[in-house]
Design a protein around this ligand. Structure first.
Ligand SMILES: [Zn+2]
Ligand SMILES: [Zn+2]
Length: 259
């Protein structure tokens, strides 16, 4: 009841500000929870056990984690403003987000999730290719690549200009794709989780992952670590298909398991 009343009045500045502040809290909490759990489990507590699965042999640079967390907090603020904007757009009626669902339409839930992921993949792949153009790189993407060896804390380590471009993806998608708000929340959590896993610098997936008929289309830590190491390959986000199609997948990745 109170939530409904709040959402209906979101077009007033105080309500929008509260929504952005609440979103910032959620995004920051989720970042520290997921990145923190992965960092302490794989890099501290079980460090010895996972040494064989560590991808890079180089050490982290001095002050790297603090720098990554600082940029990630800024990114979280940008994501919170975008999230608040998306809810506002939803309430005004500019999006295809819906709240009610019937059992007959339950099949559409996984379809909408996959469709949103494919569109996000396409948006991100081409944005990522653009940000690697030398003239644009320094203004949009350099901060993320300051992490030569990635860590769970690298997950949101972007300069604000890149964060804004990344944050536009979902609000754009929900303008065109009918999507349940629960799927939006799930997708936002999945983005955090996959970003932390892909920056973990420890390969969690089994060796057959890279050759398997289904799993070879998905990106893991090895795939993305090669992007940070080699710069000019592996631009994908969740899936490998754009890299395969555009021949930007690292030859090292297909030859052998990267170590
Ligand atoms: Zn890059
Ligand atoms: Zn990265």
């Amino acid at each position: 009841m109170f939530i409904n009343l709040f959402l209906e009045n979101l077009n007033t500045l105080p309500a929008f500000t509260i929504a952005v502040a609440a979103m910032f809290g959620v995004v920051v909490f989720r970042y520290f929870l997921v990145a923190g759990l992965f960092y302490f489990y794989f890099h501290v507590w079980k460090k010895e056990a996972y040494l064989a699965y560590k991808i890079s042999s180089k050490a982290y640079t001095r002050g790297q984690f603090g720098r990554e967390i600082g940029w990630s907090l800024l990114t979280s603020f940008v994501f919170a403003v975008a999230g608040g904007g998306m809810v506002l757009m939803w309430q005004i009626g500019y999006t295809q987000i819906y709240a009610l669902i019937s059992w007959q339409d339950i099949w559409y839930i996984p379809c909408s999730l996959l469709l949103a992921m494919l569109l996000h993949e396409t948006y991100y792949y081409w944005l990522h290719r653009l940000m690697h153009i030398p003239k644009l790189y320094r203004y949009f993407h350099k901060v993320h690549h300051d992490s030569l060896v990635t860590s769970p804390w690298t997950a949101f380590s972007f300069q604000p200009s890149e964060a804004v471009l990344e944050a536009l993806a979902l609000p754009l998608i929900v303008c065109f794709v009918p999507i349940h708000y629960g799927v939006v929340v799930f997708l936002l959590t999945l983005m955090t989780l996959s970003s932390v896993i892909n920056h973990l610098d420890i390969e969690l997936y089994p060796p057959y992952f890279q050759k398997h008929w289904f799993w070879r289309w998905w990106i893991g830590a090895t795939h993305h670590a090669l992007h940070h190491k080699e710069f000019r390959y592996n631009y994908g986000l969740y899936f490998t298909f754009w890299d395969r199609l555009m021949r930007t997948e690292s030859p090292t990745y297909s030859q052998k398991r990267f170590k």
